[in-house]
Ligand binder design. Structure first.
Ligand SMILES: [Zn+2]
Length: 92
């Protein structure tokens, strides 16, 4: 079998410049990204007072850790604002 050279070394200074150019282009692109993306998860709103349960925030007073999905909240949990029961929340 013919010997195949594993990898060619391309240590030209141009590659460093190109990498820097791509990096700065990436930064400017990310700055232009509009911040209008809807949340990738559902919110639950209390029908009594309009309190929004956001799983990213959890409910500190109610002992719900940030990141807890609504369906993992214990049934005895109540709205921290008006005290409505969990089943009074509406999925949005
Ligand atoms: Zn409420």
């Amino acid at each position: 079998m013919a010997a195949i050279s594993p990898e060619r070394h391309e240590a030209s200074p141009n590659s460093a410049i190109a990498r820097r150019y791509l990096f700065s282009a990436g930064v400017s692109l990310s700055k232009r990204t509009p911040k209008k993306l809807p949340p990738a998860y559902k919110l639950y709103i209390c029908s009594g007072c309009g309190y929004e349960y956001d799983k990213e925030l959890g409910d500190d007073e109610g002992g719900i850790y940030p990141g807890t999905p609504y369906d993992q909240i214990p049934e005895e949990w109540i709205c921290p604002v008006c005290g409505d029961e969990k089943n009074q929340f509406i999925e949005v």
